[in-house]
Design a protein around this ligand. Structure first.
Ligand code: HEM
Ligand SMILES: *[C@@H]1O[C@H](CO)[C@@H](O)[C@H](O)[C@H]1NC(C)=O
Ligand SMILES: *[C@@H]1O[C@H](CO)[C@@H](O)[C@H](O)[C@H]1NC(C)=O
Ligand SMILES: *[C@@H]1O[C@H](CO)[C@@H](O)[C@H](O)[C@H]1NC(C)=O
Ligand SMILES: *[C@@H]1O[C@H](CO)[C@@H](O)[C@H](O)[C@H]1NC(C)=O
Ligand SMILES: *[C@@H]1O[C@H](CO)[C@@H](O)[C@H](O)[C@H]1NC(C)=O
Ligand SMILES: *[C@@H]1O[C@H](CO)[C@@H](O)[C@H](O)[C@H]1NC(C)=O
Ligand SMILES: *[C@@H]1O[C@H](CO)[C@@H](O)[C@H](O)[C@H]1NC(C)=O
Ligand SMILES: *[C@@H]1O[C@H](CO)[C@@H](O)[C@H](O)[C@H]1NC(C)=O
Ligand SMILES: *[C@@H]1O[C@H](CO)[C@@H](O)[C@H](O)[C@H]1NC(C)=O
Length: 333
């Protein structure tokens, strides 16, 4: 009797233990990962980003984009930071979405140096990207969150993956939605994270397809605001340089705010992929754009949660990967 009751009791206990283990191994990252080994890491990262912003108002945007382009390729593992050379034959830096476009690598190196000076060989480059993204956003707007930490760094890069997994501005909404879905991000994440285009710059080559002969029509993209079109045509003349820059957010170029969404409502989305979030008839994204446009707190809350969701894409944890000493190369060269 008592042995049978102890047997029936031990089953749920064992189940609870297994569930707890599963929970622990799934909840891999946390906000306190460095609380004993590098308690000041957040402050150190923030101070280097703040310093960089003083001479380059664009750098916060560039750092946020690095975290995005890292996470979409093999997860958030700092694979984007690896230079070609040694064991790295094909870098992600040389992949189509990144070449002559991603920037901020020198600032990441400065952050790494500052962090190594305080806490040698404990903070990963992948976590530095997550912390630098948070610092960049919070230094540019009234929004902050606690980044989850505990990622480790990859030994490899995946150039083919970078070519195919990172969304292109010329893809339709359906393709982009499926690329987000492939990494576990939903439509709300897509709209919220696209709100990162509230700061930073883009080159003419990423939107000039909309200005003169859109999609073979011989006319500009009909969803482009006509006065905005005129301005963009001046910045990007036909046969002009394809690398000229313009602000992703024409309203408040360097502030992290919700004006990106009112821009879309005014047909002033810069990239085709931006404007489609609002201009695609019947799309689930339209009402989310409207809600973020009318309520900045709703945008900020969703953005912070979606950055955490993006930061959780397939991290290397435990004894996988390594803590790189130089973000540009694996410790083994
Ligand atoms: C939804 C699909 C997306 C597409 C198609 C896209 C595409 C682009 C393109 C083409 C540029 C300009 C690059 C250049 O001209 O060199 C850009 C810039 C930027 N993107 Fe995105 N992006 C997307 C989503 C995101 C997400 C999810 C984030 C971050 C959470 C992000 C953050 C940024 C930032 C901050 C910039 C400005 C970077 C700078 O000034 O250096 N983007 N994006
Ligand atoms: C954070 O994660 C690390 C690694 O999994 C673990 O050792 C630590 O106990 C966790 N901290 C909290 C507060 O859960
Ligand atoms: C942490 O950073 C703050 C501000 O930079 C500094 O005052 C403090 O001494 C640092 N603490 C440690 C333990 O390094
Ligand atoms: C990148 O820029 C360099 C210098 O402007 C240029 O020579 C090269 O062709 C560009 N590469 C690509 C893929 O656009
Ligand atoms: C990635 O795309 C670039 C530019 O289109 C191309 O040169 C390179 O060969 C591609 N890499 C791989 C591994 O597919
Ligand atoms: C969208 O996805 C389809 C199916 O994968 C593909 O054939 C098409 O080339 C993609 N469109 C663009 C513009 O990349
Ligand atoms: C571009 O043109 C093709 C073929 O005419 C059409 O199916 C497609 O919907 C157009 N795309 C846009 C964004 O207008
Ligand atoms: C752009 O170049 C093409 C071909 O080189 C030429 O036919 C066209 O007139 C040029 N357009 C402008 C606005 O200079
Ligand atoms: C074009 O943008 C202006 C703001 O610059 C706005 O007042 C106007 O309503 C927009 N037009 C359309 C058709 O969206
Ligand atoms: C704006 O969004 C916040 C956060 O989601 C919510 O608490 C608040 O009620 C919303 N405000 C309005 C006026 O809808």
């Amino acid at each position: 009797m008592s042995s049978s009751s102890s047997t029936t009791y031990s089953l749920p206990l064992a189940t609870t233990f297994v569930l707890l283990m599963l929970y622990v191994s799934n909840a891999q990252l946390n906000t306190t990962f460095y609380s004993s080994t590098c308690p000041n890491v957040t402050t150190i990262v923030r101070s280097v980003v703040q310093q960089a912003l003083q001479s380059d108002s664009r750098i916060g945007a560039s750092l946020v984009r690095l975290h995005f382009h890292d996470c979409f390729v093999n997860g958030c593992d700092a694979s984007i930071l690896l230079d070609k050379g040694g064991s790295i034959q094909l870098s992600e830096k040389d992949a189509a979405p990144n070449t002559n476009s991603t920037r901020g690598f020198d600032v990441v190196d400065n952050i790494k140096t500052a962090v190594e000076n305080s806490c040698p060989a404990v903070v990963s480059c992948a976590d530095i990207l997550a912390l630098a993204a948070e610092a960049s956003v919070s230094l540019s707007g009234s929004i902050s969150w606690n980044a989850l930490l505990g990622r480790r760094d990859s030994l490899t890069a995946n150039q083919a993956g970078a070519n195919t997994s990172i969304p292109s501005p010329f893809e339709g909404l359906a393709n982009i939605t499926s690329k987000f879905s492939a990494v576990g991000l939903n439509t709300n994440d897509l709209v919220a994270l696209s709100g990162a285009h509230t700061f930073g710059r883009a080159q003419c080559r990423t939107f000039s397809n909309r200005l003169y002969n859109f999609n073979g029509t011989g006319n500009p993209d009909p969803t482009l605001n006509s006065s905005y079109l005129t301005t963009l045509q001046q910045t990007c003349p036909q046969n002009g340089t394809t690398t000229a820059l313009t602000n992703l957010d024409p309203t408040t170029p360097d502030s992290f705010d919700n004006s990106y969404f009112s821009n879309l409502q005014n047909n002033q989305g810069l990239l085709q992929s931006d404007q489609e979030l609002f201009s695609t008839t019947g799309a689930a994204t339209v009402s989310i754009v409207n809600s973020f446009s009318s309520n900045q707190s709703a945008f900020f809350q969703s953005f912070a949660q979606s950055m955490i969701n993006m930061g959780n894409i397939s991290p290397l944890v435990g004894s996988n990967g390594e803590i790189r000493l130089d973000c540009k190369k694996p410790n083994g060269g």
